[in-house]
Each structure stands twice: as C-alpha cells, then as structure tokens.
Design a protein. Structure first.
Length: 65
C-alpha cells in the first residue's frame, strides 16, 4: 500500500488541537471589510473548530487516517 500524502493546501489551513480536534479560520475576513460592523470583524478574528461531519474528510486530507 502506498504512503499517504498530505494535501498541502489543507495542511496550511487546518491545525490540530491538543485534544485532537481540528482548528480552522473563519470565512469572510479576506476583503470588503468596510461594510462589516466592528463587532462582526472582531468575532471573525477568533478561530473555530471543524464540525464533526467534516472532520473525517479533513483528517484524510491531512493524512491522519
């Protein structure tokens, strides 16, 4: 069986936490920020965890399963 290769794009976007969950960055913080409220932009700064249904797909991309 061949080695599993990590998808480099996914490796740059996701990190593992100490408990094994996957951290991600929130969307909508890239551009057009003048139309968004201060509160909304502040909340977009904080990272988030990947939801359970998507976690298996991302683990495969990271070469963890």
């Amino acid at each position: 069986m061949p080695k599993l290769r990590t998808r480099r794009a996914s490796a740059k976007r996701f990190k593992l936490t100490g408990t094994g969950r996957i951290r991600r960055r929130k969307a909508n913080k890239g551009h057009l920020l003048t139309g968004k409220t201060r509160k909304r932009k502040r909340n977009l700064r904080q990272g988030d965890l990947v939801k359970k249904p998507d976690e298996l797909k991302i683990r495969r991309q990271l070469g963890l399963q």
